[in-house]
Write a protein that binds this ligand. Sequence first.
Ligand SMILES: Nc1ncnc2c1ncn2[C@@H]1O[C@H](COP(=O)(O)OP(=O)(O)OP(=O)(O)O)[C@@H](O)[C@H]1O
Ligand SMILES: CC(=O)C(=O)O
Ligand SMILES: [K+]
Ligand SMILES: [Mg+2]
Length: 588
Amino acid sequence: MSHSLQFFIPSRAPYLTLQKLPATSSTRFPVINFPIKKHSLAITKSLSSDLDAASSQVLDSGNGQTGAAGVLSADNVVAVPSDSGAAAGIDVDSVTEAELKENGFRSTRRTKLICTIGPATCGFEQLEALAVGGMNVARINMCHGTREWHKMVIERVRRLNEEKGFAVAIMMDTEGSEIHMGDLGGAASAKAEDGEIWTFSVRAFGTPRPERTINVNYDGFAEDVKVGDELLVDGGMVRFEVIEKIGPDVKCRCTDPGLLLPRANLTFWRDGSLVRERNAMLPTISSKDWLDIDFGIAEGVDFIAISFVKSAEVINHLKSYIAAKSRGSDIAVIAKIESIDSLKNLKEIILASDGAMVARGDLGAQIPLEQVPSAQQRIVQVCRQLNKPVIVASQLLDSMIEYPTPTRAEVADVSEAVRQRSDALMLSGESAMGQYPDKALAVLRSVSVRIEKWWREEKRHEAMVLPDVGTSFADSISEEICISAAKMANNLEVDAIFVYTKTGHMASLLSRCRPDCPIFAFTTTTSVRRRLNLQWGLIPFRLGFSDDMESNLNKTFSLLKARGMIKSGDLVIAVSDMLQSIQVMNVP
Ligand SMILES: Nc1ncnc2c1ncn2[C@@H]1O[C@H](COP(=O)(O)OP(=O)(O)OP(=O)(O)O)[C@@H](O)[C@H]1O
Ligand SMILES: CC(=O)C(=O)O
Ligand SMILES: [K+]
Ligand SMILES: [Mg+2]
């Protein structure tokens, strides 16, 4: 039985027709017992076949989606030659593969994990252990380390991806030009004791650094502070009171002792509020940041995270700079929300960006700590509504820098970020210089999987209204398709949603709906695949596909079945951004 429906489409989209799928589709992919079979609609965009039909037949899967029971060791990871055997051209990391085989679709982790790379994790084997443990994105912080060191880390992550089939993305995080201390002349830390007098100065001190002296990067420092001000290091980890100013030198008495770390952030407070005199005029992107950004573009990093964003203009400026400098490449810009100004201009900053980070470390030094949780919730919500990935960062498992188990409060904090359905969680010091980077990652992984499962079982999804984010009618169609597909997936309890997407946009629209099942995102380039690895619920694969959905599905089914990653009878919903349709089918 073949039906054809003609729909009147307004003249703004004359190329759209709405038709029923040919009977062959449902014959090939029988949708047993589901009325949807008979009403499977396809909205066909006839100008869509710009696909490279000859694109490669390689299939890569996402990495490290380890389930609750999915304990995998590094030696499980095998590089599969891409020209081997029946399932020709499959190249897949064994972490995802083993997980799908052993635990099925439902147990895959939806929340993505970011690890800051530092001295504790920069070796090839250490990076590999993180990838096996579920790292989706490796972050390098330009506040620390040399150019050579950053280059080495990028090369190692790349090699890991090439040799083992991972899709670990690289995020470069700029230093920004807020006020911070110097690098302590090479010392790892310095201890400030109660009542000690320290000198903070814009003067650069020689080596060895004189006792109890700290260099400050902001020229206006001595002019802007006043006697009686409170000086907070890293948002209050150590506190000083300003007692005297002598030219460029500011003498301070330690009132809350603690460890000073290299390049720690400095804020000063007067009468209970943050002082932002001329430092409010500091550029968001310093001259050093621009050099780092050039380096990031040249190295082809996947994300550039901009520290201390104050307005949307700086994001727009950077995006056009990247577009001019790196024609064709698509580096995503992540706005770090860590200042009062960024909270004030939140919506427009997020609209201009490709994603945002709740950078709670510095944010907690700029607003009262008790306001950080509500700010986090607001940022996560705005990002979800505007369809931008959001990262919750800093101090998630801070005690694990020193101890092998987290505190109960830390587990509760991680759970809350997962329950808010943020896209990604980030480790900072825990993975950069802590003693238990793998254990910290394992805690993020197991808490994520557990809380996601609990939340699905409870079916306590916030009924979030997802506003239109696109600007064209075609965009609205994509959004409606994704919202409907996600809803159908929940109601029909399907095993997975498949999305065929060249730019990744349809995949992100599906991710925004936070459906109960995982989303297999098939895309043609490794760079889009890596970028999708930041987004909630997406398992990104690279696959050469054509504009013929039936052959794409056939190919995908046989490739995945040959690897044991799906099986006959699994119920799947498929959407694509070429043929705009929703298909429901059992795997043949
Ligand atoms: N590349 C590196 N080399 C040495 N130490 C590093 C490196 N990256 C991070 N660290 C250490 O890990 C700690 C936490 O890392 P993190 O990236 O959170 O830095 P941060 O200084 O707190 O700045 P930010 O506000 O940008 O996050 C740092 O304070 C530093 O001691
Ligand atoms: C990550 C970061 O920059 C912060 O929390 O301040
Ligand atoms: K930074
Ligand atoms: Mg910060």
